[in-house]
Design a protein around this ligand. Structure first.
Ligand code: CP
Ligand code: NVA
Length: 303
């Protein structure tokens, strides 16, 4: 049997996501009731970070501890990865010493090479092209707050980045539509769009993309690794702020999401992210619960 990895959202079927979501509900309920849930006693997660993180590190590290296992944090600076050890060799060695590995890195091809040389499951904790754990938490958050996401409309306002490519794949798996508005010059890369055009619509004006949406979401204008482009991006993204006027175009009960960290006054207005439609803190918390279900599923399979 090939090893099951979670390198991009489309690696799981709807049936697998439905199972993980059902386990997430149980795991979250137990966490809230202080009930122990220790299916991963004596298991070890290795976390490899080549980029910064607050939420991803915390949620995987706390989550593995809460499942009864241990988590080890490695970064480029302190490990031999920073001194040129091939990713293939690192994967061979690490995967002989642990049960599961999470990697946050730059190009998707790096995590794919890592996974191809790993004896244990590998989870994508963010690459330049994908952020599937975050979108899993976001889909779970939507379902938790509003019920099924199938047939709903999600508006993506902003950069064509890792979050958007994972949202596109989620639209195809869960059967919702994505309204996408990106500034000129920062549009979708057709090579990274893996889903049929029937799952999304492109809008020139961000306000039009918000029309009737059940969820409006955005992200930073400059992702990690693109810092040199920051000044040009600030200019190009003028008008793409998610503000009250854009939220007013969405459905009356629309939610606002942002994976965080956020820049108030750039991609989102303070009164939106801090307002009543925003569920950003639930989204962040749900990283913990969905990833615990994901770790349990990838290490132990269905229970
Ligand atoms: N949303 C997210 O992945 O946050 P971090 O970069 O803090 O991990
Ligand atoms: N798109 C952002 C997400 C951060 C969690 C980045 O890649 O920096």
């Amino acid at each position: 049997m090939p090893i099951k990895h979670f390198l991009q959202f489309s690696d799981f079927t709807l049936d697998e996501f439905e199972y993980v979501i059902e386990r997430t509900r149980l795991i979250k309920r137990k966490f809230k009731n202080y009930e122990p849930h220790h299916p991963l006693i004596d298991r070890t997660l290795v976390m490899v970070f080549e980029k910064n993180s607050t939420r991803t590190r915390l949620s995987f590290e706390a989550g593995m501890h809460q499942l009864g296992g241990a988590a080890i944090y490695l970064n480029t600076r302190d490990s031999q990865l920073g001194r040129g050890e091939p990713v293939e060799d690192a994967a061979q060695v690490m995967s002989r010493m642990c049960d599961i590995i999470m990697v946050r890195t730059f190009g998707q091809e790096i995590i794919e090479r890592f996974a191809a040389n790993s004896r244990v499951p590998v989870i994508n904790g963010l690459t330049n092209e994908h952020h599937p754990c975050q979108v899993l938490a976001d889909v779970f958050t939507y379902i938790e707050q509003r019920g099924s996401i199938a047939g709903r409309t999600v508006a993506w306002i902003g950069d064509a980045n890792n979050m958007l490519y994972s949202w596109l794949q989620a639209a195809a798996v869960f059967g919702f539509r994505l309204n996408v508005s990106t500034p000129k010059g920062y549009d979708l890369d057709p090579q990274l769009v893996t889903v049929d055009a029937s799952h999304y619509t492109l809008f020139e004006h961000p306000s039009d993309a918000c029309q009737g949406a059940h969820l409006v979401t955005t992200d930073v204008w400059t992702s990690m690794g693109y810092e040199d482009e920051n000044a040009a991006r600030l200019k190009a993204f003028d008008g793409w702020i998610v503000d009250g006027a854009k939220m007013a175009r969405a459905a009356a009960d629309a939610l606002f999401m942002h994976c965080l960290p956020a820049h108030r006054g750039e991609e989102v207005a303070a009164d939106v992210i801090d307002g009543p439609q925003s569920v950003v803190w639930d989204e962040a918390e749900n990283r913990l619960h969905v990833q615990k279900a994901l770790l349990e599923y990838l290490v132990l399979g269905r229970r």
